[in-house]
Design a protein around this ligand. Sequence first.
Ligand code: PLP
Length: 437
Amino acid sequence: MTGRDERKTSGELFARARKVMVGGVSSPVRAFAAVGGTPIFIARGKGAHVWSVEGKRYIDYVCSWGPLIAGHSHPKVLAAAASALEFGASFGAPTEGELKLAEKVCAHMPSVEKLRFVSSGTEAAMSALRLARASTRRDKFLKFEGCYHGHADAFLTEAGSGLATLDVASSAGVTRSVAEDTVTVPYNDREALEGAFASHRGELAAVIVEPVAGNMGVVPPQAGFLEAARELCDRDGALLIFDEVITGFRVSPGGAQAVSGVRPDITCLGKIVGGGFPLGAYGGPREVMSLVAPEGPVYQAGTLSGNPVAAAAGHATISLMERRGAYELLDATAARLEQALRAEAEAAGVALTTNRVGSMLGLFFAPGRVGDFAGAKRTDRARFAEFHRAMLEEGVYLPPSPFETLFVSTAHAEADVDKTAAAARRAFQRLGKKGSR
Ligand SMILES: *Cc1c(COP(=O)(O)O)cnc(C)c1O
């Protein structure tokens, strides 16, 4: 083999991947359909950076879509995973490692008295819904437009307009009867939520919500929104499920429930809790969780659930975030990034709206406020795509969709932010020249 054969490009690998992998990827958004161009094949990551197979370095604001809050290849996380791995990859039996992680999660989240580990956020949300239905003996549940709770059938519904309309499935293969049990209303819309409870009195098993929305860009809950959901659930006997798959250990050690002071009945976790490995969890009060097998009649199981390598990585990651000043550092870095991007956009005459909650940052190419999915969809997605491509050229790896959040890690230094700002200046100038559309 010559050196030429061994030097691979993302383009070549993507062409090969498309022959044997659907869309060339293992998860759709990775294919760059929303921004155009060829996805970058990543060779390695360290700290705030990833390197493509071509050897180009990028400042990374995807961070594996959230899990890597301490940055890529953190020595403490890798060491914990490696030492767990030395004893074996999986046993399908209880281990002390998963117990230690469970104790840590429960200590940080008082609403989680007992939990069950699963292997993904999808499984956590799917199982939480089954549990809520069993607990209330009700079938329907309510979700908010633009919130993502993984790809289980029940959650794959898009918003119908108006008040608490019964939804249609937004994925092929989801049956009408499943979609009919999903009630959808706009995020941050208390009146619509009240209306849904009024027209489905005694019918809703649960309200599931991202307590900070991170799958329509970043959309924070307006004051009183989560409180209203809590109160309406209590009044009607429905359970409140916080999907903290992103926000758990991201916005604070106790998640968004600690920040908002609103206590959910069931919490879904994923991403950070596995430290970059496949792990999720759902948990809540003892009485509710005791409905899950083997204590109760709700069946839910998993061959690799509570995997010891993933549990060790999650435990190490959360331990790093327990260090004094970790969240203050994240917040300061993300604030610096937000301010710099706003300033550069303004200087270039580009209309940019930013929504930030701690180290979650959403960029919307539109003037004014974005408070729900409809607002996020009205922003200029073509401009986002152009910006994304320009930033890639500059060596900055942004999430390849305007409906995702930028994640800042504790590994992002001021110098990374300053380089990002300089890159954005040039990218915005190019957009500015083309004028607004
Ligand atoms: C990522 C995500 C999920 C799904 O988690 P997977 O591990 O991708 O299955 C669920 N809910 C929210 C809020 C997420 O961001």
